[in-house]
Design a protein. Sequence first.
Length: 364
Amino acid sequence: MIRRRSAVDGLPFRVYERLGVRTYSIGYKMRSGAWAFRYQCPVGDAAQIAALRRKAIEESAKVLEDAPACGFDGLVTAWFAMQDALPRSDTKKRADSTIAENRREAKNIVQAFGHLHPGDITRTMGYEYLDACTQAGRPEKGNKEIALARLILEFAIRKGIISTNPFDGLRKNKTIKTHRLVTRAEMDIAVAAGRKRGGARLIVALALKTAWLCLRRSVEVRAITRSAITPEGIYWKDGKTAGKAAVLISWSDELRDTITEVLAIQRNKVAGTMYLFGNLQGQKYTKGGWKAMLDDLMQDAEQLAAENKAEFKRFSLQDCRPMGVTTKMERGDTDTQDATLHTDGKMIATVYDRRALKRATPAA
């Protein structure tokens, strides 16, 4: 703990000096108790003492500029600034889609903890937040928000603002996971509805089908460009982590027919040549623009299903990757993990594999 100064010494906040019997020292002491820097010289060297004093004052300004504002809200701002500054090649840099989601989550945790210094946030407060989210009917969102708060508090440890993370090891809210598995019949209805209306609705419908056939995330499908199409298949980059090896999804007859169909859709002649599943003006769909067009397609699909007395439930682009994983797992394919670009098979088993019945052969 840092004591109050006993006398005015003209030094900046948190800069402390000590005149010992043999040694003079001066340094910047952070809230955690660690020294950001500390300089020493013989006590009898007045010129050196004056030089170290000047140096400490200059260096303290740099530390203060680098340190987030004292409140948790300032810490959140600093964490996002750090993420924005990281190069794409840095493994600590989060995907744009993840950061966009984090910014939405941050609004709630700043509202809850923003007025507090990070060192004043307690473990009990974390549990109170989780309980409040459960009572509000959003337990899973609460889990994600506390996970983000824990990550930002870890950033505070790196900055020397706190020494321990109060949200480490918190037991998260129990949630009931819904495993939506899109059927082949539902996919066919969505594509048929897209063909009936054509244009942007058909683009979205074929994007859904491609996400299923190629086991892709929504961010990857919306961003894929025509340059990724090769005679051997389609090259896909991981949409979450930079630096991972790409995967080549080789052609099947159905995948080739799907891509041929989307390429044939009339676009803006100047702008419509880059994004495979861009809008009719040739621009990549925003999340909001995609959602609006998907809602229109799903409404058309529901109507078509009702006319044909077929079962149909709305689905999203995010539901197509689990559909693809499950299709390959049911078929017994051994390259499912390579196709998803996941480094850990556990994610596939717990999140994407939605088989209702798993099959096995006897031992003998």
